[in-house]
Design a protein around this ligand. Structure first.
Ligand code: HEC
Ligand code: HEC
Length: 213
C-alpha cells in the first residue's frame, strides 16, 4: 500500500502542466508561521479586509475564501491581485502561502473554557487539536498527501471503509495502524510535527467506536 502511494505521488510530480505552479510554491513556510498560529482571522485582518473585500465582499466569509483558497493564492503570488496595485509585500505573500498550504484552517479555536480545551472524541475537537496541527498541512487538496484530505469531515467519512475497515476491529484498523506504527508513523519522523501521544490515539479510537460524532 505504501509503495502504491509513493508511485502515485511520483506520477503526479512527473505530470507536467497541472502541477507546475504548485511546485514553485514552497509548502513549508512552517518555521516562520507555526501552524497553530495560522487562522482565518489573522489572514483576513492583514490581507482580505485591507486589500480585497472592497471589490470582493465575499472574502469576509471563511467558507468562500476556503473554497477559493488555491485560486486566491495563485492570483496573489503572481501579482494579478489585488487589482490595480503593485502586489502584496513578500511577508504577506508568505503568510498567505503558509495559511493556504496548511489547508486554510479557521484556527483560533482555543477558548478560556477549560472543558473546551480538553481533547474529546468528536470531529470538532480532534480536527482542531490533532488533524489541523499535525496532519492537514500535508493532507489537504493542495498538499503533498492530497490523496487523503483530513481537513474535511465529509472526506474523512467518505474514506471510512479503507481507513477504518468499515468500523469493524478498530484496534487493527488502517488509520490506527498508521498513526501508531513505531517505524514509519504519521506524521512522519522527517516532518516538523510530533507523533501522536497515547491520549490522542485513545481519543481517536473512542471517536471511531462511537461512529465519528
Ligand atoms: C479594485 C478591485 C479589486 C481588488 C482590490 C481585488 N480584486 Fe480580485 N478581482 C477584481 C476583478 C474586477 C476581477 C475579475 C477579473 C479581472 O478583471 O482581472 C477579480 C478577480 C479575482 C479572482 C478570480 C480570478 C479568476 O481567474 O477566476 C480572484 C481569485 C481574486 N480576484 C482575488 C483577489 C484577492 C485575494 C484580492 C486581495 C488580495 C483581490 N482579488 C483584490 C477586482 C479586485
Ligand atoms: C509532513 C507531511 C505529512 C503529515 C504531517 C502527515 N502525513 Fe500522512 N502521509 C504523508 C505522505 C507523504 C503519505 C504517503 C506516503 C507514505 O505512506 O509514507 C501519507 C500517508 C498517510 C496515510 C495512508 C498511508 C498509506 O500508506 O496508504 C494515512 C492514513 C495518513 N497519512 C494519515 C495521517 C494522519 C492521521 C496524520 C496526522 C496525525 C498524517 N498522516 C500526517 C504525509 C504526511
Amino acid at each position: 500500500m505504501k509503495h502504491l502511494y509513493l508511485i502515485f505521488i511520483l506520477l503526479q510530480i512527473g505530470c507536467g502542466n497541472k502541477t507546475e505552479l504548485k511546485e514553485e510554491i514552497p509548502k513549508f513556510a512552517l518555521n516562520r508561521f507555526p501552524i497553530e498560529e495560522l487562522s482565518f482571522d489573522k489572514v483576513s485582518a492583514s490581507i482580505f479586509e485591507k486589500s480585497c473585500t472592497q471589490c470582493h465582499p465575499g472574502y469576509s466569509d471563511y467558507q468562500t475564501v476556503k473554497k477559493d483558497a488555491q485560486k486566491i493564492l495563485e492570483q496573489v503570488l503572481t501579482d494579478r491581485m489585488p487589482k490595480n496595485s503593485p502586489g502584496l509585500d513578500e511577508d504577506l505573500k508568505s503568510l498567505l502561502n503558509a495559511w493556504v498550504s496548511a489547508g486554510a484552517p479557521l484556527g483560533g479555536g482555543d477558548t478560556d473554557n477549560e472543558e473546551d480545551n480538553e481533547l474529546k472524541p468528536t470531529w470538532d475537537s480532534l480536527s482542531r487539536k490533532v488533524f489541523f496541527p499535525k496532519c492537514v498541512s500535508c493532507h489537504n487538496a493542495n498538499g503533498q498527501a492530497n490523496f487523503l484530505e483530513l481537513d474535511d469531515r465529509q472526506d474523512f467519512f467518505d474514506n471510512r471503509d479503507y481507513l477504518l475497515n468499515n468500523f469493524e476491529d478498530v484496534e487493527n484498523s488502517y488509520l490506527i495502524e498508521v498513526i501508531s506504527d513505531p517505524d514509519e508513523p504519521m506524521p512522519p519522523f522527517w516532518s516538523p510535527f510530533t507523533q501522536l501521544n497515547e491520549t490522542e490515539i485513545a481519543t481517536i479510537k473512542e471517536w471511531i467506536e462511537k461512529g465519528l460524532p
